[in-house]
Design a protein around this ligand. Structure first.
Ligand SMILES: [Zn+2]
Length: 456
C-alpha cells in the first residue's frame, strides 16, 4: 500500500512545507505548522483539467487584443445601493466575494436582506453553518423580509454543499461562514488554515465553473484581520469588510480588494429594527457635536472612494506619570501618530515627549488617508494648550517630514462639502487653495506646519 502523503501548513500565514519544522520560515512564527493529508484522490486536489482552468471555467483560446469583444461584465444588482457601490456596480457572475467583519457587525443580516430580495428574481441558496435554519428564519421574520423564495440548508461539509448546489443550481450561493466549513479528506479541524483554504478553493472552483456568485462570510480575529485570510486573498475576486462598534448605530462596508471595481469605496449603513438601512448621503452622519466643544476637537474632511466624509478628530494630551509616555490611536494609524509628533517637535517647536497622547475618530470610523494629518496635529496642539478651536473650523492636508503641508486630492470638493454643512473657516495646503472663492468660507492656505500653528 502506498504511503499516505502529508504536508504541513502554517496556521498563521498559510505557507506550506513538505516537512515539519519548528519555525515558519515565511512569517517567523513558532509552532504554527500543522499536518494535513494530501490525498491525490480528493476532488480538492484532483488534477482534472477543470481544476486548472482560468476565470471562465474552460480552456481559454489564445486571442489578439483586438479580437476580444469589448463588453461590460454583466452584473446582478443587489437592490441595496450602498452594497452595489462597494461591489463596483453589483455582483459579477462566477466571482467569489468575501465579506469579513467582527461577530455582531451584521454580516449575516446584510446577506440575508440581500438574498431574500434577490431570490425573487433568481434562484439563491443560503448555506448556514453556524445558526440553525429556524434561527435564520426567525431573523428574516423579525426583519420583515419576504420568506417565500429563498432556499436554505444547514450544512458544513463542502462536498455535500457542492452536491446541493449542483442540484439546486443557484445563481447566488452564500456560505455562512467559511470558518466552519470542512472537507472530509483533510485531517485538520474546521477553522484551521488548511481547511479554510481548501474549502474556499473547492467552492471558488465550483463558482467559476458554473458562473455562480459565491458569497463567503469570514470572521475577523481580535487584531482586525480575517482569520486565515492571507490564504484566501488571492483566491477571491472581491474582499469587503463590514465595520462598526456594536454601540454605534452606523456600519461601514469597505472594499479592500476588487477585481471588478474600485477599491476603498465606502458604503454606509445604519443598524435599525428592520436590519441594515443604507445611508444615501453620509457625508456628515458621523458629525454630531455638542454645543460647547472641548479643546482637542477638530473636524476634517476625508475622501472615501468617490465622496467626501466629514469626521471629528479628538485628541487628549496629558502629563504622563510613567517613564514611557503612551501614544494610543483609535481609528487612526499608530505609526503615523508617532511620526507626526516628531514633526510637531522638530518643525512646530512643540514638545510633547513627556505627555501621553490619545487620538480618536468619533463614530467608529477608520481614517486611512494622510489628508487628516494636519487636523490631527492641530487637535493635539489644541488639547496640549487647552485652547478650544472654533467650531466653524475645518482642516485638511498631509504633513511631510520636513514640516511642509502637502495638498490632498479633491480639495475643492472637500471645501464645498464643508461649506454646505456650515463650516466658515478652513486651513488647507497652499496647493489646494481654490481659484474662485467659496461663498461664506474663509480659506487660509498654508505651506508649513509653523504657518498653520500661527492661525490657531
Ligand atoms: Zn507562517
Amino acid at each position: 500500500m502506498a504511503k499516505r502523503k502529508t504536508a504541513f501548513v502554517c496556521n498563521e500565514c498559510g505557507a506550506d512545507y513538505p516537512k515539519w519544522q519548528g519555525q515558519c520560515s515565511a512569517c517567523g512564527a513558532w509552532n504554527t505548522l500543522s499536518e494535513f493529508v494530501v490525498d491525490p484522490a480528493t476532488p480538492a486536489r484532483a488534477a482534472s483539467s477543470a481544476s486548472r482552468s482560468g476565470y471562465a471555467g474552460e480552456l481559454a483560446d489564445v486571442q489578439r487584443l483586438d479580437q476580444i469583444e469589448l463588453t461590460e461584465t454583466p452584473r446582478i444588482t443587489t437592490g441595496i445601493g450602498e452594497l452595489d457601490r462597494v461591489l463596483g456596480g453589483g455582483l459579477v457572475p462566477g466571482s467569489a466575494v468575501l465579506i469579513g467583519g467582527h461577530p455582531g457587525a451584521g454580516k449575516s443580516t446584510l446577506l440575508l436582506q440581500t438574498l431574500c430580495r434577490l431570490a425573487a428574481q433568481q434562484p439563491c441558496l443560503y448555506i448556514t453553518g453556524e445558526e440553525s435554519p429556524a434561527q435564520v428564519a426567525m431573523r428574516a421574520e423579525r426583519l420583515q423580509l419576504p420568506r417565500d423564495q429563498l432556499k436554505l440548508a444547514a450544512e458544513t461539509d463542502v462536498e455535500r454543499i457542492l452536491d446541493l448546489a449542483r442540484k439546486e443550481k443557484p445563481k447566488v450561493l452564500v456560505i455562512d461562514s467559511i470558518q466552519v466549513m470542512f472537507l472530509t479528506a483533510l485531517q485538520s479541524a474546521p477553522g484551521s488554515v488548511a481547511q479554510v483554504r481548501e474549502s474556499a478553493a473547492a467552492l471558488t472552483r465550483f463558482a467559476k465553473q458554473t458562473g455562480t456568485v459565491l458569497l463567503l462570510v469570514g470572521h475577523v480575529t481580535k487584531d482586525g484581520t480575517l482569520a486565515g485570510p492571507k490564504v484566501l486573498e488571492h483566491m477571491i475576486d472581491c474582499s469587503l469588510m463590514l465595520e462598526g462598534s456594536t454601540d454605534s448605530r452606523f456600519r461601514t462596508l469597505r472594499g479592500l480588494k476588487n477585481r471588478f471595481g474600485a477599491v476603498n469605496e465606502l458604503g454606509v449603513f445604519a443598524m435599525t429594527q428592520e436590519g441594515l438601512k443604507e445611508v444615501k448621503n453620509p457625508s456628515a452622519i458621523f458629525l454630531n457635536r455638542a454645543d460647547d466643544i472641548a479643546s482637542g476637537s477638530l473636524v476634517t474632511v476625508v475622501w472615501e472612494g468617490t465622496r467626501p466624509l466629514l469626521v471629528e478628530l479628538q485628541a487628549l494630551v496629558d502629563q504622563s506619570h510613567f517613564g514611557n509616555p503612551r501614544r494610543v490611536c483609535v481609528g487612526l494609524e499608530q505609526n503615523r501618530l508617532a511620526m507626526l509628533l516628531a514633526v510637531l517637535h522638530r518643525h512646530g517647536g512643540i514638545q510633547v515627549g513627556d505627555q501621553d497622547v490619545f487620538a480618536n475618530v468619533v463614530g467608529g470610523v477608520k481614517v486611512m488617508e494622510t489628508g487628516a494629518d494636519l487636523a490631527l496635529l492641530l487637535a493635539i496642539v489644541s488639547s496640549f494648550r487647552d485652547r478650544t478651536l472654533s467650531r466653524e473650523l475645518v482642516v485638511f492636508g498631509e504633513v511631510g517630514l520636513s514640516g511642509e503641508i502637502r495638498p490632498v486630492p479633491q480639495g475643492q470638493d472637500r471645501l464645498s462639502e464643508a461649506a454646505k454643512h456650515g463650516f466658515r473657516k478652513a486651513i488647507i495646503a497652499r496647493a489646494n487653495k481654490p481659484r474662485a472663492a467659496i461663498e461664506g468660507m474663509q480659506v487660509i492656505a498654508v505651506s508649513t506646519l509653523a504657518e498653520a500653528l500661527e492661525h490657531i
